[in-house]
Design a protein around this ligand. Structure first.
Ligand code: EPU
Length: 421
């Protein structure tokens, strides 16, 4: 297993291009299952989770071609199986996103039930409930979800809580249902909007994406006719590099970014003392060599502060001036990075879903272990500012969600390298 070796203490400085969004690319690739003709997806990040999704589609018999610009062309006409097997689902929970499209278009799906996860239980009951309300027969046995439907029927769905992939799965299923589906309490995340735009490009009739009520008029079929859809930029990758610059007292210009979907994160960075300026597709941050001020955060569904940025701000608070309070409301176990940061000298007390972080002038480098994707990123950030060397183990988590992280950070002047095992 590769590790990342970081020597801390260098203020980052430079420019970076933000990659395509993992959490938009994954549902969009699953959504290609709905197209009766060729469809191309561009600006797809080069990540382990994308490779897993391609393997999943490939095993169903779907034709996949990657061209010289790294666009992925998908041909669903050769599909021969409707199975998402355990060995893939266990490595990537987002595999559940093929369930809605498979049942809607082919009337059948067999998808391994994802198990628990390092950050929480993460059940998929709302995905299944919604499909059942649309008329699918759902049977869970031997660890697999078996779903069948002649043609799904539009209906009114009121989601018990805001779920991102749940909203995406049901929205995809509803595109081909008979009649109109209304999804209330839908997730408003920009990745849901990106998926809706992609589906509408193929002829879907989705209204209200970006609000908490989606209305989807079912159509008999969807077809991209070979068109290309470019995935939106990754707001969490963007936020992570902005924190990297802020935590080291550095400067950063991000290109190919959408500042308007980063409001909650930019607000907290301003509170931490960063000077920030934006254009339509760039964000510049300048920390002016200053130590950040502590900030308090409460995670919640979009447009509030994203849970996927919580760990990174924990690292920032660990070296900030003052005391920060972070409350995690989305996942019940998303503080696994705390113990590792404590090994680097951080002063953090956790009480239930709240962490109290008393900032210290410095952390000290240590060997630490990544437990999930965003936790790993936060340990890299802590390593960038710690005195001495930090070795981050189990970085396969990082490779699931950050494209070439060590190259991008090196480009900004960081001393970081991958140590193969
Ligand atoms: N939930 C249920 N039942 C369901 C679905 C969700 O109880 O049927 C609960 C979850 O257990 C959780 C809450 O609802 O407590 C919200 O979970 P959600 O379904 O929104 O999460 P997700 O769709 O599984 C996506 C992202 C996550 C991100 C969350 C929250 C993708 C592929 N994953 O997960 O991204 O943290 O939304 O914004 O889009 C990451 O990129 O590191 C990551 C974990």
């Amino acid at each position: 297993m590769d590790k990342l070796l970081i020597t801390g203490g260098i203020p980052l400085n430079g420019e970076l291009r933000v990659s395509g969004a993992k959490n938009a690319a994954l549902p969009i690739l699953a959504g290609t299952l709905l197209s009766e003709t060729l469809v191309s997806v561009g600006n797809v990040p080069h990540l382990l989770d994308i490779t897993t999704t391609m393997e999943l589609l490939g095993r169903m018999g779907i034709g996949l071609t990657v061209d010289e610009k790294l666009n992925i062309e998908v041909d669903t006409r050769s599909i021969g199986s409707y199975l998402a097997p355990y060995d893939l689902v266990k490595t990537m929970r987002a595999s559940i996103l093929v369930l809605g499209p498979l049942v809607a278009r082919f009337g059948q799906a067999e998808v391994s039930l994802p198990g628990g996860c390092a950050i929480g239980g993460r059940p998929v009951n709302l995905h299944l409930q919604g499909l059942a309300q649309m008329g699918a027969e759902i049977d869970v046995r031997n660890g697999y979800i078996h779903a069948r439907a002649k043609r799904l029927k539009g209906c009114r769905l009121v989601l018990d809580l805001v779920t991102v992939t749940g909203t995406e799965n049901l929205m995809m299923a509803a595109t081909l249902a008979e009649g109109t589906t209304v999804i209330e309490n839908a997730a408003r995340e920009p990745e849901v909007v990106d998926l809706a735009n992609f589906l509408n490009m193929m002829g879907a009739r989705i209204h209200g994406a970006g609000t908490d009520v989606l209305e989807i008029e079912g159509v008999p079929s969807l077809s991209a006719d070979g068109r290309l859809y470019r995935v939106m930029p990754d707001r969490i990758e963007a936020g992570t590099y902005l924190v990297a610059a802020a935590i080291t007292g550095g400067r950063l210009k991000l290109k190919d970014v959408r500042p308007e979907i980063l409001d909650a994160v930019l607000q907290k960075l301003r509170e931490a003392g960063a000077r920030i300026s934006v254009t339509d597709d760039t964000v510049e941050l300048d920390m002016g060599g200053q130590r950040p001020h502590a900030v308090s955060i409460r995670t919640a569904p979009y447009p509030a502060f994203p849970t996927d940025m919580q760990a990174q701000f924990m690292a920032l608070n660990a070296v900030a001036d003052g005391v920060g309070v972070i409350t995690e409301t989305i996942f019940e176990n998303r503080f696994m990075h705390v113990q590792e940061m404590q090994r680097m000298g951080a002063d953090i007390t956790v009480e239930s879903h709240t962490a109290i972080i008393r900032g210290k002038p410095a952390l000290t480098g240590a060997p630490v272990m990544a437990t999930d994707l965003r936790a790993s990123a936060s340990l890299v950030l802590a390593g960038l500012v710690a005195e001495g060397q930090t070795m981050v183990d189990r970085i396969y988590h990082i490779d699931r969600g950050y494209e070439c992280i060590e190259e991008k950070l090196s480009q900004l002047g960081a001393e970081i390298r991958r140590v193969p095992q």
